[in-house]
Design a protein around this ligand. Sequence first.
Ligand SMILES: [Zn+2]
Length: 126
Amino acid sequence: METMCPKCGAPVAPNATKCEYCGSPLQQAPAAQPQNMQGQPQVIVVNNGIDTSTWPIKNKLIAILLAIFLGGIGIHEFYLGRPGKGILMILFCWTGITSVIGFIQGILMAVSNDENFKLKYRCRLQ
Ligand SMILES: [Zn+2]
């Protein structure tokens, strides 16, 4: 994109330091970086403003298999960094309900897309 000389209005290259036509010195093209004109600090924004770079890396397939086969004692919850829920599932594993819950969670993980999975469990995927 070309900018214009503020003095004579001639088109000048974006990186030019002076106008080819009238020779007047040019400021570094303000239009090239509009987001810096408002003086806002540059922030790396990922996933709607959440910095995910510190989230642990998990393997989605492992989480699914743990939920389906060992979900009754909440192993997948420990794996996914939610030990409180894992302990709850151990406490109630004698009911058999936790096996059903774990199985359903495994299925839901399998059908959810990776973005939702990462946000729900606050992890990055391998
Ligand atoms: Zn000029």
